[in-house]
Design a protein around this ligand. Structure first.
Ligand code: OGA
Ligand code: NI
Length: 333
């Protein structure tokens, strides 16, 4: 069921002398608590860059598939182009290009607890034949955009910390060697949109996701109050923010990671550009001590972020026999 109703909150991040930081902090807190999703404007990411990144995404995917396959992702090198992503063991109607903000980044080599080998991940960029001047810009625009969104990510983590009654820098230490990844998504038009999803229903595994989308629409959020799928209306100059699993655990469920999906369209292709804020691989994720007490005991057992992440991503390439690992596996009943 999908209906057109009141959308997710729209929050203006600009602080003028008339706006009180406490007001902004409480708006963010309420949006995280009631929706897990909101949009922001005046977010500090230059608007011309927001336009350029959509052009860059189109330029990348417009290449012939043989070119895109030259930077193909696989189970060893997880960064690059991928045309058959799975969400919860179902094939998605999209193609993607992934890269790290910190290049290289480090993750466990396998999900096995006894294996302590660390793998170095690095980016693959399309080689640019000189005649493709646009493609030459893809890499540059991606990197510049990623750096701007990284700044916004820290700003949001600080506002979220404050909204939980914590010092603004409380979460920063978990991101020293962050494994944050940016993705270009292309959802081609689909001849049978009622039979496929661009991305199946899922929750994001990281701390925070920041998404730029074009004007086509298709992203939907499962509203907490009644579980209705609510469309996230494309809003000029805005970015979509959602809370991921890690914040759900840190906040001991004060904030929840909310399910979302992308429906496809029979006429128009759609581009979206998420940045997934992931902590350093060695971080043990658990409810923050300041937020638990006798009356509100920890709801999760600690888990290693890197191991969790690697285990989850195993299903990107194949259908597994069983549901993949989820944070509910660490829930204390
Ligand atoms: C995702 C996602 C939303 C979108 O990639 O995790 O939810 O609008 N994407 O593409
Ligand atoms: Ni998502």
């Amino acid at each position: 069921d999908t209906i057109e109703i009141e959308g997710i909150p729209l929050i203006d991040l600009s602080l003028s002398h008339t706006t009180d930081i406490n007001l902004l902090v409480s708006e963010i807190g309420n949006a995280c608590k009631n929706w897990g999703f909101f949009q922001v404007i005046n977010h500090g990411v230059p608007l011309e860059l927001l336009e350029k990144i959509k052009v860059a995404a189109k330029a990348f995917f417009d290449q012939p598939v043989e070119e895109k396959r030259k930077v193909k992702r696989d189970e060893v090198n997880a960064m690059g182009y991928h045309e058959s992503e799975h969400t919860k063991n179902v094939r998605d109607w999209k193609e993607v290009f992934d890269f790290l903000i910190k290049d290289p980044s480090f993750l466990p080599a396998s999900p096995e607890t006894e294996d302590d080998e660390i793998r170095t991940l690095s980016n693959q960029w399309p080689e640019t034949p000189p005649q493709f001047s646009l493609l030459m810009l893809v890499r540059e625009v991606c990197q510049t955009y990623a750096r701007e969104v990284e700044k916004l990510g820290y700003k949001l983590l600080e506002l979220i910390s404050l909204s939980l009654g914590l010092p603004s820098n409380r979460l920063n230490g978990y991101f020293e060697d962050h494994t944050t990844m940016m993705r270009l998504n292309h959802y081609p038009p689909c001849p049978c949109p009622e039979l496929a999803l661009g991305v199946g229903r899922h929750k994001d595994a990281g701390a925070l996701t920041i998404v730029a989308q074009d004007d086509v629409g298709g992203l939907q959020v499962r509203r907490k109050s009644d579980e209705v799928w609510v469309p996230v209306k494309p809003t000029p100059n805005a970015l979509v923010i959602n809370v991921g699993d890690t914040i759900q655990v840190w906040s001991n469920e004060a904030y929840e990671s909310v399910e979302h999906r992308v429906v496809v369209n029979s006429e128009r292709e759609r581009f979206s550009i998420p940045v997934f804020f992931f902590p350093s691989h060695y971080v043990m994720v658990k409810p923050l001590e300041e937020l638990v007490n006798e009356g509100n005991p920890p709801k999760y057992k600690p888990y290693n972020f890197g191991k969790f992440f690697v285990a989850r991503n195993r299903s990107d390439y194949k259908k597994l026999e069983v549901q993949n690992i989820q944070i509910s596996d660490f829930k204390i009943i």
